[in-house]
Write a protein that binds this ligand. Structure first.
Ligand code: PLP
Length: 406
């Protein structure tokens, strides 16, 4: 029988209808300007290499050396053994017990998150997700026809979540709690007592935890507390890490997932193994740089952190000096959620503000509602990776733009 082929006959799958990635969606208009030769300052995407940061040379050398040897072959689906051994050693050093079988090396943390959602979520399952949230998670959850249940990151308390609220949101369908620390889009760092409270709630309710720690080395003071160190013996935690941010190599598409207390989740472990095998392996060459990455001394990061701190401080100072704009002080990563007081300006929503800023000043940020804040709240995310003179120009342009909008 001949099948009818209207526009709907060739339609995309329904599960993709709600699939959206605001960080890149908003970039389409910027792309139109750029294609006519008009430069746009892109403060929308967290790629440090666009702003002069580079992977440590040791890692690039390890990658190139691998191309000269054995990186032309498929690797083990869960990643090369020396890399998994290095990850397990690094975890042990930080108080986390793992075997090499608890680790899957992936095409970035993105693939690890995708594999975990596919391995464990059934339609209708509920996932506790921060709001605002890095948009990947809402997209992955909707793709599994599961339900994203948002818990609040409160701007009034440095964007920290409230464990009581999280506990109240738990239902019999809740399967997973997502914790992003250091946080994108807020730049918040979670203190030990908060993480311990979240682990206690998750364990008591039998909920699995995903700890996204892809920014764990990019913090401005103190030490990072890995969520897995609060897991005890009875809470399974899936931790995501990556070479993308901590080692400034996002294009290498190399990350990993490690499972703490994997003995409690044998079925999910097996499902992950099958998914890893079905996509064969992560890119081979950068896997050979993982042992080098994990044995680097802290010195490699110092100049990076110092530059980022300077850029953050300038951002916080200049944004708060502009009438109608405000922001708190992020403690990690390279993002800040700023707020425009929409009652002072003729913008109906955060997105309208962002689009007008792009139209008038050729500066691209992402509206907060792309991360899940209310459009009327006026939040927007700034990536403060550019050098200080560029940032100064940007924030002077913000001021000029807003002055002419009143
Ligand atoms: N998790 C968070 C919180 C991120 O911000 C990003 C990228 O921006 C990722 C995961 C994706 O990392 P990867 O490049 O390793 O896929």
């Amino acid at each position: 029988m001949k099948r009818a082929r209207g526009t709907s006959g060739y339609g995309a799958a329904k599960r993709i209808h709600d699939y959206s990635y605001a960080i890149l969606n908003i970039a389409a208009l910027a792309g139109q300007y750029e294609s006519t030769g008009e430069p746009v300052i892109r403060l929308n995407i967290g790629d440090p290499t666009l702003y002069g940061f580079e992977p440590p040379p040791e890692l690039t050398r390890a990658c190139i050396a691998a191309f000269g040897r054995d990186a032309h072959s498929y690797t083990h689906s869960c990643g090369i053994l020396p890399a998994r051994e290095a990850i397990a050693r690094d975890a042990a050093f930080r108080g986390i017990e793992l075997t090499t079988d608890d680790i899957v090396i992936t095409s970035g943390a993105t693939e690890a998150a995708d594999m975990l959602c596919t391995a464990m979520l059934n339609p209708g399952d509920e996932v506790l997700c921060p709001s605002p949230c890095y948009p990947l998670y809402a997209a992955l959850i909707s793709r599994q026809e599961a339900v994203c249940v948002s818990y609040t990151l409160d701007p009034g308390s440095n964007w920290l979540p409230d464990p009581l609220e999280i506990e109240q949101l738990i239902t019999p369908r809740t399967r997973l709690l997502i914790i992003i620390n250091p946080n994108n889009p807020t730049g918040a760092i979670y203190p030990a007592d908060l993480l311990s409270a979240l682990a206690e709630i998750a364990e008591r309710h039998g909920i699995l935890c995903l700890a996204d720690e892809v920014y764990r080395k990019l913090i401005y003071s103190g030490a990072h507390n890995p969520f897995a160190t609060f897991a005890g013996r009875n809470l399974p935690v899936f931790t995501l890490e990556s070479l993308s941010k901590n080692y400034m190599a996002p294009g290498w598409r190399t990350g990993w997932m490690s499972i703490t207390n994997s003995r409690l989740v044998p079925d999910i472990r097996l499902a992950l193994q099958k998914l890893a095998e079905a996509r064969v392996c992560a890119p081979a060459a950068p896997q050979f740089a993982i042992p080098d990455a994990l044995s680097l001394q802290y010195d490699y990061l110092l100049p990076v952190i110092n530059k980022l701190r300077e850029r953050r401080d300038l951002t916080v100072k200049m944004i708060n000096a502009i009438e109608g704009l405000s922001c708190g002080t992020p403690e990690g990563a390279f993002y800040v959620m700023a707020k425009v007081d929409l009652s002072l300006y003729p913008f109906a929503s955060d997105e309208e503000f962002i689009v007008e800023l792009l139209r008038k000043k050729r500066i691209l940020c992402v509206h907060g509602s792309g991360f899940g804040t209310e459009p009327g709240d006026g939040y927007f995310r700034i990536v403060y990776l550019p050098d200080t003179s560029t940032l100064e120009r940007v924030y002077n342009d913000f001021e000029d733009f807003l002055r002419h909008c009143r």
